[in-house]
Write a protein that binds this ligand. Sequence first.
Ligand SMILES: Nc1ncnc2c1ncn2[C@@H]1O[C@H](COP(=O)(O)OP(=O)(O)OP(=O)(O)O)[C@@H](O)[C@H]1O
Ligand SMILES: [Mg+2]
Length: 349
Amino acid sequence: MGWAGNVLGWFSRDLAIDLGTATTLVYVRGKGITLSEPSVVAIEKQSNSVLAVGAEAKRMVGRTPGNIVAIRPIKDGVIADFAMTERMLKYFITKAHNRNAFVRPRTIVGVPSRITEVEQRAVRESATHAGAREVYLIEEPVAAAIGAGLPITEPSGNMVVDIGGGTTDIAVISLGGIVCSESVKVAGDRMDEAIMGYIKRRYNLLIGDHMAERVKIEVGSAYPLEEQKTMMVKGRDMISGIPRTVMVNDAEIREALEEPIHIIVNALRTALENTPPELAGDIIDRGVVITGGGSMLPGLSTRFQEETNLPIITVEDPLTSVVLGVGKVLDEIDLLKKVSLMTPERTMR
Ligand SMILES: Nc1ncnc2c1ncn2[C@@H]1O[C@H](COP(=O)(O)OP(=O)(O)OP(=O)(O)O)[C@@H](O)[C@H]1O
Ligand SMILES: [Mg+2]
């Protein structure tokens, strides 16, 4: 490969990463999304060695013998375990590059808005140690808005609501930056917990995270459905300790989800109240864009529409809007300058 080939090869390996609470996605410049895996690491306690990362590690959650722990290093949208986040990133970066550990790509990482400087530093250091060359950070709502094709560099207000695993991030963006924002640590995970709590109270049945998430996806909703849905739920009886199955329906699960949804609706209201009038006017015209995995809950847009009287716009693929937005920025240096946080530390080797 000649010089030009080298240079092209170098640039084509630049990475965009959405480091999510539930899922991490990696986009390789020129290739598209090459990795989407759960943000989970399984380690062997005594030796502290990594047994599995991603999908393989997620299968171990709740099924691990005493000496193996499966952890989610990113909780509530913030990095709870730096060392594990770094190991996870390293694994994903290497895997996204077909295990070519010698490539040091320029990397842009989507991070939660309101991330502190200490956390920003931690993400950059993790990515650098994980093999990235220059590390830039972009706030997730800005990335999601770019991914959803909103004209965010214009002087007009765009509102994005990203309902992820750990957090719901609401932001009003104008001229490439966040004008006002609201963030609550209530999103998909809390919906799962609410379902677990409900089934425990109502049926004396303990169910795991996986089962709760399946119930949410299969029969969950935020607004009455046209057709009734039911599902068989497996768990362990709290009194006898024996496995048992109960049938639940959509009305019950809607009731279970009421509290987290109410919190999200209130956050949306607060964000709207704090929006400067001119930008609020733009939002009345353009509507509110909802994204993130949690936005796929049936009836959620209807519920938001009823509560706010604003048009609610859903995106084509809520799970990829952040990483695709970060990916677009990889191709546009001008945009990168406008939207990235701080300047990167160069790590030349
Ligand atoms: N069809 C669906 N209905 C409801 N919720 C869903 C659906 N599909 C996925 N989810 C939920 O979406 C959440 C994950 O969304 P997403 O991948 O956007 O989160 P994340 O980016 O990893 O988290 P965060 O942005 O909070 O760091 C999970 O809680 C998952 O259960
Ligand atoms: Mg996200």
